[in-house]
Design a protein around this ligand. Sequence first.
Ligand code: DAT
Ligand code: MG
Length: 194
Amino acid sequence: MLLQRVMFLPLFTQWNRQTTKNLVPRFPAVRLTGFRSNSSVPDVKERTLIAVKPDGVQRRLVGQIIRRFEQRGFKLVGLKMLQVSEELLSQHYCQLTQKPFYPSLVEYMTSGPVVVMVWEGQNVVQSSRAMVGPTNPAAAPAGTVRGDFSLHVSRNVVHASDSLEGAQREIQLWFQGKELVKWGCWDQTLTCEE
Ligand code: DAT
Ligand code: MG
């Protein structure tokens, strides 16, 4: 029995390789190794920082928010959950520290864990702002994250970087380079002309 298994294994491995190769032509521009993290994947595209704030995490909206970005065709390259420190928050919101609402913003943002992500893709900064909607959910159209899941500016569920420069600054603040994964999507030639 053991001998049979040993003899069958190389056959199975060979079959498996062939079958996998046969699947690849459906995505012609992607190499077989394209879904692995490696250094030979295409150049880094535009990236943005998206965070599900403590209210979004408590309300179990993380999956729905991720689904919207995946569905749009963006690629997730970084993801983690953490309890934010006041120090990190003051750097993240450095332009808001003098605002009257800043103390309550800190209280809210440190009230529980956040899920922070880096998404990559064509025009992702601007597109994700449109997907998230205006800062004040009262003005957010239905179909946007804030328009669908929130009512008030003090609990607006999600953060999205507002510019390319802001995105770069925020990604460096929240992630170490080694936490971001370079990988090639099998479907990237279907969602964007490279
Ligand atoms: P955005 O998150 O849309 O980029 P922002 O950078 O101006 O908006 O503000 C950061 C967060 O601060 C915002 O998501 C919620 C909070 N905030 C902004 N304006 C506020 C206000 N007038 N009252 C209470 N919280 C506010
Ligand atoms: Mg902002």
